[in-house]
Design a protein. Structure first.
Length: 156
């Protein structure tokens, strides 16, 4: 995978992919992965805005995005961006809003190429945390818990 930046966060190193004009992907890399300074203007903006989000959980991302998904996935990803920081919705609530099934919403969340910026971590199961990044255990859920806890804090 070619990254235009690798940004250190408290929960992972974030591998940032751009096409030179927009953010195209964000991967969670293991802690300790070597950091890479931004290689283009967009990755510099992404790193700057990620730093702002880590300092202030109410920060709203404003980045050019190049998303490649189905029409349905795009609808779900747009709906995710409207869930405010510090808030959550269940897969069922989001499915009702979009007139679809909770499992379909979960699959679209799992296909999200830009987690954190498109906040799929804010979607929970009816009876608990739910999954994250197509996983129901391990490091992905620890990252989801960290992000949710971070967003419950007020900015310093």
């Amino acid at each position: 995978m070619t990254y235009q930046a690798r940004f250190p966060a408290p929960f992972a190193v974030l591998g940032i992919m751009t096409d030179g004009t927009a953010l195209t992907g964000l991967d969670f890399l293991p802690p300790g992965t070597p950091v890479l300074a931004p290689q283009d203007v967009i990755s510099r903006q992404v790193c700057s805005q990620l730093q702002a989000y880590l300092a202030d959980p109410l920060f709203c991302f404003d980045l050019p995005l190049a998303l490649h998904g189905t029409v349905f996935q795009s609808r779900v990803w747009q709906a995710l961006r409207q869930i405010p920081s510090g808030s959550t919705q269940s897969y069922g609530e989001l499915a009702n809003r979009l007139h679809t099934a909770p499992r379909a919403v979960g699959q679209a969340c799992g296909a999200n190429p830009i987690p954190v910026i498109i906040p799929c971590h804010r979607v929970l199961a009816r009876d608990g945390l739910g999954g994250f990044m197509n996983s129901t255990s391990g490091d992905p859920l620890a990252i989801k818990r960290w992000l949710l806890q971070h967003e419950r804090r007020q900015p310093a």
